[in-house]
Write a protein that binds this ligand. Structure first.
Ligand code: AMP
Length: 430
C-alpha cells in the first residue's frame, strides 16, 4: 500500500519513519517533508504544502494512496478529512467539525461544560460583549486566551488586572488576526501539567504510551513558551490510578459527547491536562493531532504496526487491539535555531549528522532542508530543527543516549535544553 503523510515537522518524520517500517507499506510520501524524510529509506518527499488540500487530493488520487495521515492542525481544522472522505480516500484524522476541539477554545469550553468534563471556570467575549469589570473581579493571576489557532502564542497568563485587560483588548483589536476576535477569560489552575494522547475511531479508543513534554525554552522550565523543547515516554506522573481517572473523567466523556453531538472523532486526540492536588484532571486544551515532540519518543517505543492501528481506528475496532510497546523509556531533546521562539536564523549548515547516525538512538528532522540536489548539505530551515531521541532502561539512560546524539551535532547558534526529563529522573531516584 502507498501511504501519504501530510506535514513537514519532526512529528511527520517520526510518522513516516514508523509507517515505512511496516511490511505493508510499499512507499511513504511526505508532503512537503524535510531533509530527514528525504533521506529515509522507502520515503519520498512531495513538493505540496500541507494546507494545499486540492493538490493533496489530486496527488492521492493519482498515486492511488491507500492511507493518508495528517500531522498538523491547520489542514485538519480546514477540513482535509471531509474532503478526502468525500472522494472515498481513507484519511486518518478528525473531521472539520470534530477538529473544532482545537480550532476554537470557546467551543471547547462550552463543550466541556455541557458534558461535565473538569476544566477551569471561564467566560467568553467578543469585541461588543467584552466587560473589563468581569476581568477585574477575577482572582490573580488570570488567563486570557485567543479563541482560534495562534501558533501556541494565544495564551497570556496575567499577574495584574490591567495587563489582563490590555492583553484582552490587544486580541480583540485584531492583534492575533481572526484567532482573537473571540477570547476566553479563564481561571488560573495550579498543579502539574500532563499530556495524554489516544487514538480514537468509531466507538473504540486506544490510549498511547504516556508522555510528557517541556514547553518552556530554558532549563528549569523557565523562559518563553515554545512548541516544545523535548519530551519523554513513559511519564511516571501518570500512575495506573491517574490513567484510569483520565480515561473515565476526560477521554471517554469527550469521545461520547462528540458522538452524541453528531461529531464522532477519528484520529489522534491530545488532551493537555492540569492535575490538581486532589487528582482532578482538568482540561487545559485539546489538540486534534499527535503532539510534537511527544510523537518522536512515543513512536520510538511503538512496536505494533502503525498502519494496522490506523486501519483499526478507521474500522472502529481499536478496542480489539493490544498495542505493543518497547518497555524501555524514550527521551527526545529538541535542537532549535538561535533566537527561537522569536525570530531565528535559517540556512546554517548542520554538521555531525553522519556521526550521529552511527550512534544508538534516532535523530528526527523538523526545520531542515537539503541545500541543493541529493548529497547536498543539510541546513536549518525552521525554529525547531531536530529532535534527538534516545532509548534506555530508565529515563536517565534514555536521556544520556539522547544527549550523546545532541553532542555529535552542531551548527551556528544551536540551542537546546540540558535538562529534558529532569522531573521524571528525580522521580526515578525516589
Ligand atoms: P493552552 O494552549 O490552552 O494549553 O495553554 C498553553 C499553556 O498555558 C499551558 O500548557 C499551560 O502551561 C498554560 N495555561 C493555559 N491555561 C491555563 C490555566 N487555566 N491555568 C494555568 N495555566 C494555564
Amino acid at each position: 500500500m502507498k501511504i501519504l503523510i501530510v506535514g513537514g515537522g519532526g512529528r511527520e518524520h517520526a510518522l513516516a519513519w514508523k509507517c515505512a517500517q511496516s511490511p505493508r507499506a510499499r512507499e511513504v510520501f511526505v508532503a512537503p517533508g524535510n531533509a530527514g524524510t528525504a533521506l529515509e529509506p522507502k520515503v519520498r518527499n512531495v513538493g505540496i504544502a500541507a494546507d494545499d488540500i486540492d493538490a493533496l487530493l489530486e496527488f492521492a488520487a493519482r498515486e492511488q494512496i491507500g492511507l493518508t495521515l495528517v500531522g498538523p492542525e491547520g489542514p485538519l481544522v480546514a477540513g482535509i478529512v471531509d474532503r478526502f472522505a468525500a472522494a472515498g480516500r481513507p484519511c486518518f484524522g478528525p473531521t472539520q467539525a470534530a477538529a473544532r476541539l482545537e480550532g476554537s477554545k470557546a467551543f471547547t469550553k462550552d463543550f466541556l461544560g455541557r458534558h461535565r468534563i473538569p476544566t477551569a471556570g471561564y467566560a467568553a467575549f467578543d469585541r461588543d460583549s467584552f466587560d473589563p469589570a468581569y476581568v477585574r473581579a477575577q482572582r490573580l493571576p488570570v488567563v486570557i486566551k485567543a479563541d482560534g489557532l495562534a501558533a501556541g502564542k494565544g495564551v497570556v497568563i496575567c499577574e495584574t488586572h490591567e495587563s489582563a485587560i490590555d492583553a484582552a483588548m490587544h486580541m480583540l483589536d485584531g492583534g492575533f488576526g481572526d484567532a482573537g476576535r473571540t477570547i476566553v477569560v479563564e481561571e488560573f489552575l495550579r498543579g502539574e501539567e500532563v499530556s495524554f494522547i489516544v487514538m480514537a475511531g468509531g466507538e473504540s479508543v486506544l490510549p498511547l504510551a504516556t508522555s510528557q513534554d517541556h514547553k518552556r525554552r530554558d532549563d528549569g522550565d523557565l523562559g518563553p513558551n515554545t512548541g516544545g523543547m523535548g519530551a519523554y515516554s513513559p511519564a511516571p506522573i501518570v500512575t495506573p490510578e491517574l490513567h484510569a481517572r483520565i480515561m473515565r473523567e476526560v477521554i471517554e466523556p469527550t469521545l461520547n459527547g462528540l458522538r452524541a453531538d453528531g461529531n464522532p472523532y477519528l484520529g489522534f486526540l491530545y488532551a493537555g491536562l492540569m492535575i490538581a492536588a486532589d487528582g482532578t484532571p482538568n482540561v487545559l486544551e485539546f489538540n486534534c493531532r499527535f503532539g510534537d515532540p511527544e510523537a518522536q519518543p512515543v513512536l520510538m517505543r511503538l512496536q505494533s504496526d502503525l498502519i494496522d492501528l490506523c486501519e483499526a481506528a478507521l474500522a472502529g475496532r481499536l478496542d480489539r487491539i493490544d498495542a505493543r510497546w518497547d518497555p524501555r523509556a524514550a527521551l527526545g531533546v529538541v535542537m532549535a535555531a538561535g533566537g527561537y521562539p522569536d525570530s531565528f536564523r535559517k540556512g546554517d549548515p548542520i554538521s555531525g549528522l553522519d556521526a550521529a547516525a552511527r550512534l544508538p538512538g534516532k535523530v528526527f528532522h523538523a526545520g531542515t532542508r537539503m541545500d541543493g540536489p541529493d548529497g547536498a548539505p543539510v541546513v536549518t530551515a525552521g525554529g525547531r530543527v531536530l529532535c534527538a531521541v534516545g532509548l534506555g532502561g530508565t529515563v536517565a539512560a534514555a536521556q544520556a543516549q539522547a544527549y550523546d546524539l545532541v553532542h555529535a551535532i552542531h551548527w551556528n547558534l544551536v540551542q537546546y535544553r540540558r535538562d529534558i526529563g529532569y522531573r521524571a529522573i528525580a522521580r526515578e531516584r525516589i
